[in-house]
Design a protein around this ligand. Structure first.
Ligand code: FAD
Length: 361
């Protein structure tokens, strides 16, 4: 059986590893001249790590990433905890995107061929028993079969960067400040500390230096180590993106031969840190169940729909720029018992790969 996977990102490479391990011949078509990724950190929750275990690389990814500090939770800009989460005993890794890519590429079995520099524009000419669209939020495969699915803009933007780790980060989680501004940071292994800011407003058009200056002014009075992390950031390392998702979520299969994985089907806002985690769940589920695309879609569609919605709602709540909305979020977080905060953070991560007896040999 031969599969063509369009896109050599996280979802595409993971699908290729899984299918290859189950005896498929796989061709990956990637438009970039070489495999790899720029980017910053990615939080990988227990569900993603279970998917990576299934692919045989969970331990390698954990070793490359950084562990979220056990003391975590939501804080106000003055540093006071609004809710506390103790991550002791929970698997949560923050890994640099380039490190994850390298490990995925290194795990491709011999039955997988990667062709880079191939921009797929005509999907109908792809001849294989299975065609997988893993080509991201602007998927050509999705556009061919589900042209009605639109990119939805949240009205919020993000900045991300990695800075050298000076050991000053002793707690994790997110800080919510006034007017919908948010900050989070976590160690990302040997690469240093990963930080992000999310805020309402348009994509900025100024230089990275000017954008960093805006962040330093806006968050300069927030608790440590936030001003220090921003001061240590090299403008050349700053990434700036709009926060978007797909609405509605696309069907995840078209007939018996075409399936979608990852952002191609269900790009989501990053408020739950689940986009890549869900791409990995898709990859493992598809690899386990192919060629039965009906079971694949039946398992995946309801789950990703819930997570996309939840992530969108979360963004609207914590990113609302009105003063009253901010006060409501902070009060609700303060009233939340610690155990409820933990189970809310972990709720979407309760997922297991399809059991071996559920897998068609
Ligand atoms: C600000 C931000 C923070 C995030 N943080 C997290 C996080 O902490 N945790 C998490 O789990 N997720 C996070 N995500 C989401 C995560 O980045 C994505 O969900 C994930 O990268 C999706 O992987 P993918 O393989 O589906 O798509 P992509 O990474 O977009 O890969 C698609 C690949 O297909 C290739 N391609 C596209 N079109 C074609 C074509 N026509 N022909 C050939 N090749 C093509 C592209 O070059 C690319 O290599 C975040 C996203 C953002 C924007």
């Amino acid at each position: 059986m031969h599969a063509i996977v369009v896109g050599g990102g996280i979802g595409g490479l993971a699908t290729a590893i899984g299918l290859g391990r189950r005896g498929w011949d796989v061709t990956v078509l990637e438009r970039q001249p070489r495999l790899g990724a720029i980017g910053a950190g990615l939080s990988l929750w227990p569900n993603a790590l279970r998917a990576l275990d299934w692919l045989g690389i969970g331990a390698a990814v954990e070793a490359a990433g950084g562990r979220m500090p056990e003391r975590s939770g939501m804080r106000g800009a003055d540093g006071r905890y609004l809710s506390r989460v103790d991550m002791t005993g929970h698997r949560l890794v923050v890994v640099h995107r380039a490190d994850l890519h390298e490990i995925l590429a290194g795990a491709l079995p011999a039955s997988v061929t990667v062709r880079t520099g191939v921009d797929v524009t005509t999907v109908d000419s792809l001849d294989a028993d299975l065609v997988v669209g893993a080509d991201g939020i602007r998927s050509a495969v999705r556009a061919r079969y589900a042209p009605n699915i639109r990119i939805r803009d949240s009205g919020q933007v993000s900045w991300r960067a990695i800075v050298p780790d000076d050991g000053g980060l002793t707690s994790g989680g997110e800080t919510v400040g006034p007017r919908g501004w948010r900050f989070g940071a976590a160690p990302a292994g040997r690469r240093g500390i990963y930080w992000y800011v999310a805020a309402p407003g348009p994509l900025r058009t100024g230089t990275p230096q000017e954008q960093l200056q805006e962040l330093r002014e806006r968050l300069g009075g927030w608790h440590d180590p936030i001003p220090g992390l921003l001061a240590a950031t090299d403008p050349a390392a700053l990434l700036h993106h709009p926060l978007q998702d797909l609405h509605p979520v696309a069907p995840m299969r078209f007939g018996d031969r075409v399936a979608l994985v990852g952002d191609a089907a269900h790009a989501m806002t990053p408020n739950l840190g689940q986009g890549a985690c869900q791409a990995l769940e898709d990859a493992v589920t598809l690899a386990a169940l192919a060629p039965d695309l009906g079971r694949y879609a039946a398992l995946r569609e309801p789950r990703v729909r819930r997570i996309v919605d939840r992530s969108w709602q979360m963004g609207r709540l914590v990113g609302a720029k009105g003063r009253l909305a901010g006060a409501v979020v902070r009060t609700a977080a303060r009233l939340l018992p610690d155990r409820a905060a933990l189970s809310s953070a972990l709720a979407v991560t309760e997922w297991e790969p399809p059991r071996p007896e559920a897998v068609t040999p």
